[in-house]
Design a protein around this ligand. Structure first.
Ligand SMILES: [Zn+2]
Ligand SMILES: [Zn+2]
Length: 303
């Protein structure tokens, strides 16, 4: 649903008079049911809540990359069903986090193959066991180490793993013909990223991974990002990957300097930072997640 339509519905429901509407109906009117947007060829994105989903729909193939949550994934399936009633040929997870793989379960009986990096699958399983949520998972049945590829309909989908970044299991997912790449959470566009140290994240290799992606793909590649700051697009170019590299580099540089100056993690938290010097475009909530992760990583290197 577009912002315009959502605003219209909100406005009109109030115009009708909220008091005459049953509250559940009102809640449904106000609830966004997600937005489908075509990018290139037959490839597009779906956004509602959680990580951005990418999809490919043609006569002979259906691909879905990431699934958000169990309550939003059915909205995507509903939207796909308006265009195609075939089984989903391929479901891909960029990584294991619940806002990207939590909705897998909604595809349980309608998907032929589920693919992710081997570490992503291991992380999904580990977290599900810890949370006693194994019955709510649909795990990847196919995993890979460095690259993986499959032809689906007229499209060829390939996956690339460049080592740890946001977690230790993040893939870049390339729709080769459309030349669209889903970066998963290796890209937080102008928004402070989550750095999941408990799942093997590495800030320094994240910078390398983005560099490898810039070399592997092209100036013409359209990139899809896991998340973005409010009002900032979830798609972009190689320039945005370079900007993210700069953010992570400036983060490491800043924290290194603070450690040298004798600052503790607690003192850095008390400083109530608003941004990282040299990467002021990155803003929002959660700067401490970046700073803490960089701090731990740099101290780890000193042991
Ligand atoms: Zn995410
Ligand atoms: Zn994530």
């Amino acid at each position: 649903m577009s912002l315009h339509r959502r605003q219209f519905l909100q406005t009109s429901s109030f115009a009708i008079g909220a008091s005459v509407l049953p509250s559940t109906w009102l809640a449904q009117l106000l609830l966004p049911a997600g937005e489908m947007k075509i990018l290139r060829n037959n490839v597009g994105i779906f956004t509602e809540r959680g990580g951005t989903i990418a999809w490919m729909i043609d006569k002979e193939g259906l691909i879905v990359v990431d699934t958000q949550f169990p309550d939003t994934a059915p909205h995507l399936i509903e939207a796909i069903r308006k265009q195609s009633d075939r089984r989903i040929d391929l479901l891909v997870n960029t990584h294991h986090h619940g806002d990207h793989s939590g909705g897998n379960i909604a595809f349980k009986d309608i998907v032929n193959r589920v693919v992710a990096h081997k570490n992503s699958r291991a992380n999904q399983e580990r977290v599900a066991i810890a949370n006693k949520a194994e019955d709510k998972q649909l795990y990847p049945d196919t995993t890979f180490d460095t690259t993986w590829s499959q032809k689906v309909g007229a499209e060829t989908l390939s996956m690339h793993y460049f080592g740890p970044g946001h977690t230790n299991g993040d893939s870049f997912v390339h729709f080769e013909n459309a030349n669209v790449v889903h970066c998963g959470d290796l890209m937080f566009n102008r928004r402070f990223p989550f750095v999941d140290k408990t799942s093997g994240a590495s800030v320094s290799n994240w910078i390398e991974a983005l560099g490898k992606a810039r070399k592997t793909f092209s100036k013409d590649t359209l990139f899809v990002f896991g998340h973005s700051a409010d009002g900032i697009p979830v798609t972009g170019t190689e320039q945005d990957l370079a900007a993210m590299q700069n953010y992570l580099s400036k983060l490491l540089k800043f924290v290194k300097k603070e450690i040298k100056a004798g600052k503790t993690k607690e003192q850095l938290a008390e400083a109530k930072l608003q941004s990282i010097p040299g990467a002021e475009e990155w803003k929002g909530q959660g700067i401490e997640r970046s700073v803490n992760a960089a701090f731990d990583e740099l101290m780890e290197g000193k042991k």
